[in-house]
Design a protein around this ligand. Structure first.
Ligand code: PLP
Length: 409
């Protein structure tokens, strides 16, 4: 196993190791469930799109949920349950990432995307600029469109298999467009970056210099492969912390998206007061008891399971990179430092007759990927592959891609 002193570390697996012991649900169970990932397309299509994992959940969580279901009481919970969840969240973040969160300066909500919408709504006005580093998880763009905010887009540059920003051109963009807030995604979906301290410091300093708020979506914080380490931007100094909102949840790392529970923490009482003045009690609602119980269990007892999960994802990452290099050397894959998402560049292949390459792949390879253009304009040749499945399914999907794409049109 990895370094037990390091809560973020995972085992050092060789590229050939594939199944390290995390349970994977069988296809009949997945297709028979209400899963959108598994049911949106036909039974002949292998789904590698929505960010759900095909793994079974941590035993500590399934036992809590089973106990809750069996007891047969589904009434209102004691208010202390919410306090306990906030406390567990604060402890988890302090222990693993060194971020001090005051539970009284955090709230529970039902989803991270809700937190993004609420913060954008409370702290910006229509037509205010909002800075986003693209390609980006589609709801970051959707919120701006839906709330009529002005997208200030910085397109990251691929260098040495990593998407990065150039601080001077970013600074020039901010100076010109004067965005009110930066919507940061770290670790970054879809490009798999885990931003370094230096990069985060540069972003934080730009925020201070140009008086931008920062909303930091850290939902993938637990899914990071050593030697990379997740650093919350709010740990990089008081000036940065007090303008930062951190939002996260157990939905990605513990595969519980359907239970709907998320956290939003405020970097200063002033930010929380401003938020509370807009969203008075009950406007946003609270998560279900099942979501609260599962989050509490994950953040209290989930560390060991998470370690195995990250081990499996690392093995999958190594496997997929090796297979792609062998079978589809012309496909570019950004190195995956964190998350379970591979951002693939199919520019070498045509998508004539289709809107984008993911459409062609779905039709011809029978593999459903996320379509590039949903992550930013002009990304028709790109697609996102979800690698959180069994190694066997992953291999089969790459084989299907290779067979279909051999016929370049
Ligand atoms: C970066 C990021 N934020 C938010 C979400 C969605 O979280 P939620 O379902 O809690 O809104 C996802 C889901 O994939 C994500 O990747």
């Amino acid at each position: 196993m990895g370094d037990p002193q390091n809560p973020q570390d995972s085992s050092d697996l060789s590229a050939t190791a594939v199944n390290v012991g995390i349970g994977t649900l069988d296809e009949a169970t997945l297709r028979g469930s209400v899963s959108n990932k598994w049911n949106k397309f036909g039974p002949d299509v292998a789904p590698a799109w929505v960010a759900d994992m095909d793994f079974s959940i941590a035993p500590c969580i399934s036992s809590v949920l089973r106990e809750y279901a069996d007891r047969g009481f589904y009434g209102y919970p004691v208010p202390t349950l919410i306090d306990d969840v906030k406390g567990a969240f604060a402890t988890w973040w302090q222990t693993r990432f060194g971020l001090s969160i005051d539970p009284s300066q955090s709230i529970v909500l039902t989803e991270v995307v809700q937190a993004i919408h609420a913060v954008v709504s409370a702290f910006t006005q229509p037509n205010d600029g909002v800075l986003v580093l693209t390609p980006i998880y589609p709801p970051f763009l959707g919120v701006l469109e839906q709330q009529s905010r002005r997208l200030v887009e910085y397109r990251m540059i691929l260098h040495d298999s990593k998407y990065r920003f150039d601080v001077e051109s970013l600074r020039a963009l901010i100076k010109k467009e004067r965005p009110k807030i930066l919507l940061l995604c770290n670790p970054h979906n879809p490009v798999g970056r885990v931003f370094t301290i230096e990069e985060l410091r540069q972003l934080g300093e730009l925020a201070v210099e140009f008086d931008m708020l920062i909303l930091s979506d850290e939902i993938h914080a637990d899914l990071v492969f050593s030697p990379h380490r997740h650093v919350p931007i709010a740990t990089l100094g008081e000036d940065i912390a007090r303008r930062t909102f951190v939002t996260s949840a157990v939905s990605k790392s513990f595969n519980l998206a359907g239970l709907r529970c998320a956290m939003l923490s405020f970097g200063s009482p002033e930010l929380k007061d401003r938020f509370d003045a807009v969203f008075t009690p009950h406007t946003l609602g609270i998560p279900s008891v099942a979501g609260l119980l599962a989050s509490l269990s994950a953040w209290t007892h989930g560390g060991d399971w998470l370690r195995s999960c990250v081990d499996q994802l690392r093995a999958n990452r190594d496997l997929v990179m090796t297979r792609l290099t062998q079978q589809l050397p012309e496909v570019g894959c950004a190195s995956i430092e964190g998350t379970y998402l591979a951002w693939l560049d199919f520019s070498a292949y045509s998508y004539d007759g289709f809107e984008n390459i993911a459409e062609r792949i779905r039709s011809e390879a029978k593999v459903a990927l996320n379509e590039g253009p949903t992550f930013g304009t002009g990304l028709e040749s790109y697609a996102r592959l979800n690698i959180a499945t069994s190694p066997e399914r992953l291999v089969a999907m790459v084989d299907q891609l290779a067979t279909a794409l051999q016929v370049n049109r």
